[in-house]
Ligand binder design. Structure first.
Ligand SMILES: *Cc1c(COP(=O)(O)O)cnc(C)c1O
Length: 465
């Protein structure tokens, strides 16, 4: 392909993209294809000769698109959103086109410097204290793994990387029983082990970690000769939106000298609205590390995860490595690849810049406030349906419910709704029972879309029972 061909196809694809987004409401949200149906349409071996873009694009439309689930569909109510506001897509096109590898300041000074400023814009937007710095990672899973490795190294006097873990005894990390599976996997990968991730029971209306049980677990572990290394708290758990009460956890961490990490991957975006902070984020400034994903509710094209750090030194002491070929001369500059596990880095900050400038914080807040309000309205509609039960009350824009019947019936309703295609929801588990999760958060969702979801749930249920 020459650059004239590139210009031609870029225009074609951006027109295609606008039409795609405008037609989303007419498409089923979840892909309606059978397992293996897409792979069966692809040649088993690669072509020896060149093919035309016309042929490639035609196959993209006829083979690939029918097998896509539409995450940008305004009636996507499953999982959590992965919003991609149009200005953030445009920024991604520029990043893809310039295609720089931004591992060091020197390998693209603008990428590093825009990232530093964007992390600080987001810090201010979320109301975090002065002094937090941070880094943009690909995913919350990577940020949490970085924090867990930092807990491990800090608790072993920074000797784990050098000597291995065989003489380190049992390092212990504490979290509630409502955390995301990325915390378990971080502990596996860091060599801590699932058995040393202590899950504390939750209680209260927001399913917060029981702090008395946390203290008791730490005390018992010390008595048993184990080494407590850190605490991971959560604001907005994936299952039902669980939120820890942060102050008492931080107080225990301070007394026990433990490193602290807060997973706010989804709910962090809502903290751009000051009215939610007192309720959900009191004392947040005490954490050593905080992760939130602008690629979820905020609207920055996937992937984009911000990790705020009160002091980057412990994480740098854990992850920084500087072989000769990465050494740069001159003044002391920030090389963000020293803050993270991968060396290579994309220029993710550009989409934050485009996003925030295009909507202003106020435009982004309006969406989140609407989503929270509409989720609350729909919750009441479902509560009023005969035999339906609200299992967990709305936490921000997430609640869960059950239709009349056993666990198998819940799954049948979820499947029937997703086969119908007008909305997309996912199941979850809570206190041993299957639940149907519902969250409002897609960037283009309107109140009508949420109202329609209530009608579709009633209609599909009455056909099913
Ligand atoms: C989505 C989510 C994660 C994982 O995020 P990735 O960026 O996909 O790794 C972790 N924790 C919570 C609470 C989440 O909602």
């Amino acid at each position: 392909m020459d650059w004239d061909g590139f210009a031609h196809w870029s225009k074609h694809i951006s027109d295609w993209g606008a039409n795609y987004h405008k037609s989303l409401r007419d498409r089923p949200v979840r892909a309606q294809t059978a397992h293996g149906a897409i792979a069966a349409q692809l040649p088993v071996s690669p072509p020896e000769g060149a093919e035309t873009m016309d042929a490639i694009m035609a196959d993209f439309e006829t083979i690939v698109m029918p097998g896509m689930t539409h995450w940008q569909h305004p009636r996507f109510f499953a999982y959590f959103p992965a919003n991609a506001a149009p200005p953030s897509m445009l920024a991604e096109m520029l990043v893809t086109t310039v295609a720089a590898q931004c591992m060091l300041w020197q390998t693209s000074p603008a990428a590093t410097e825009v990232e530093g400023v964007m992390v600080d814009w987001l810090r201010q937007a979320l109301g975090l204290a002065d002094g937090f710095t941070g880094v943009i990672q690909d995913s919350a899973s990577s940020a949490t793994l970085s924090a867990v490795l930092t807990m491990r190294e800090r608790a072993t006097g920074y000797t784990g990387n050098r000597d291995g873990l065989s003489d380190k005894g049992q390092l212990r990390i504490y979290c509630s029983d409502q955390v995301h599976s990325s915390i378990d996997r971080a502990c596996w990968v860091a060599g801590i082990g699932q058995a040393n991730l202590v899950k504390i029971p939750t209680n209260g209306p927001r399913y917060a970690m029981d702090v008395a049980a946390l203290q008791a677990a730490i005390t018992a572990d010390r008595a048993a000769g184990h080494t407590p290394a850190g605490i991971i708290a959560i604001t907005g758990g994936t299952g039902i939106g669980a939120c820890d009460v942060l102050g008492p956890i931080l107080e225990i961490a301070r007394q026990e000298d433990l490193y602290t990490h807060l997973d706010a991957a989804w709910a962090g975006a809502a903290m751009i609205c000051p009215e939610f902070r007192a309720d959900f984020w009191a004392d947040v400034d005490g954490f050593d590390s905080i992760v939130f994903n602008p690629h979820k509710w905020l609207g920055a094209q996937f992937d984009c995860s911000v990790q705020f750090l009160k002091d980057p030194a412990p994480q740098l002491n854990t992850l920084k490595i500087e072989p000769e070929y990465l050494r740069t001369t001159g003044e002391s500059v920030t090389n963000y690849s020293e803050w993270t596990i991968p060396l290579g880095r994309r220029f993710r900050a550009l989409k934050i810049w485009f996003l925030i400038r295009s909507y202003g914080l106020e435009g982004l807040r309006t969406r989140i406030r609407n989503h929270v309000a509409w989720a609350g309205e729909l919750c009441e509609v479902i509560r009023a349906k005969e035999g339906f039960e609200i299992v967990t009350e709305p936490i921000l824009s997430l609640f869960s419910f059950r239709c009349p019947g056993d666990d198998a019936t819940q799954q049948r309703l979820v499947d029937a709704l997703n086969d119908d295609g007008r909305i997309y929801v996912t199941q979850g588990a809570f206190q041993g029972r299957k639940i149907i999760r519902f969250q409002v958060g897609q960037f283009d969702t309107t109140r009508d879309d949420v109202v329609m979801a209530g009608a579709v749930i009633g209609e599909v249920w009455s056909k099913m029972k």
